[in-house]
Write a protein that binds this ligand. Structure first.
Ligand code: ATP
Length: 300
């Protein structure tokens, strides 16, 4: 098995079974037959505005899953709840078997998080920042150094490792954030808009890495409103609109119907803000998997 940092580890029969059955490996290496991520009827409002109106989804271990939706659909809110940054008003969630409401620190210890539009501290260099992240993550300095070299080479920013972040371009800062998300070699990563700001060569490197990472049995939960990214990269895509999952599909299995067509059918129009669209109607599933109940929308 290839880990996030290029390390090879043995895959036992037991761990292979766990991956094959949609289970995951606990920190102790025990196999558990549960989804890497599961949510049931998640609800969240900001004051009068309903951001999530009953979001239910499952992501098996070893899947590269994409949450696709228009602006304001509730993608970032979902990630913030799953990573223990935000409390839902109702519903439940499980991440690697941990409840992010009961044990938010436990979730954050186990997963990697790449938030949308977040920058590394302006007053540090990448190397200083990785030392800091490594100490928070309780990693050996030598391990950090080796992983940083691997990532700086992979994303082609070795020459910038000792430059203050304030003097890096937006894309270079994004490379630093990608590295930080994977530094502790997590089993699961949450990535909000993974390819934003990256040039096409680096985009390809990140895509290749995410596929290898998935092939090694790890799980990726990415959020995007870029249909091409979702179609090209994801094993399975969940389309979210107005705070609920309206369908799931496997882009590779869409022969006649392109993901764009599914998206337009479910969301109601291209480039239209979620708050301005009609309800997507009944929840369907192009690939036949279960998706969320479609209940009447709350006020938005
Ligand atoms: N802290 C907040 N306070 C008030 N409203 C919020 C807050 N965060 C998000 N919202 C609102 O909740 C809704 C869902 O927002 P969210 O950021 O989850 O959507 P998104 O799908 O990630 O959108 P985008 O693709 O534009 O990033 C939006 O209408 C947004 O304006």
């Amino acid at each position: 098995m290839l880990t996030a940092n290029g390390r090879r580890v043995a895959v036992t029969g037991r761990s292979r079974d766990a991956i094959a059955t949609g289970g995951y490996l606990t920190a102790a290496g025990d196999a558990e037959d549960v989804n890497a991520i599961a949510t049931a009827d998640l609800r969240k409002a900001y004051g009068d505005l309903t951001a999530l109106s009953g979001l239910t989804l499952d992501v098996p271990a070893g899947e590269l899953f994409g949450l696709l939706g228009p602006n304001g659909a509730g993608k970032s809110t979902t990630i913030r709840i799953l990573t223990g940054q935000l409390r839902p008003d109702a519903g439940s969630a499980s991440v690697l078997g941990i409840d992010p409401v009961d044990d938010p620190v436990g979730v954050r210890e186990r997963v990697g998080i790449l938030p949308e539009q977040e920058s590394p501290p302006s007053f540090m260099t990448p190397r200083e920042y990785f030392d800091f992240v490594g100490s928070v993550r309780d990693l050996d300095a030598a391990v950090v150094e080796e992983r940083v070299e691997t990532w700086a080479d992979r994303l082609a920013y070795e020459a910038k490792l000792d430059t203050m972040h304030t003097d890096l371009s937006r894309g270079q800062q994004q490379k630093v954030m990608v590295t930080a998300a994977f530094l502790h070699d997590p089993d699961l990563v949450f990535i909000d808009e993974p390819l934003a700001n990256l040039d096409p060569i680096v985009q390809e490197a990140v895509k290749r890495f995410l596929r290898d990472y998935r092939d090694a049995g790890n799980t990726v939960f990415l959020s995007t409103h870029d249909i091409d990214v979702a179609a090209e990269l994801c094993d399975r895509v969940g389309i979210v609109n107005e705070g609920e999952l309206v369908t799931t599909c496997r882009p590779a299995e869409l022969s006649e119907e392109r993901l764009l067509d599914v998206f337009l059918r479910e969301v109601g129009g291209a480039g239209v803000d979620a708050g301005d669209t009609e309800s997507a109607g009944g929840a369907g599933s192009v690939d036949g998997t279960e998706s969320a109940d479609s209940e009447s929308m709350e006020d938005t």
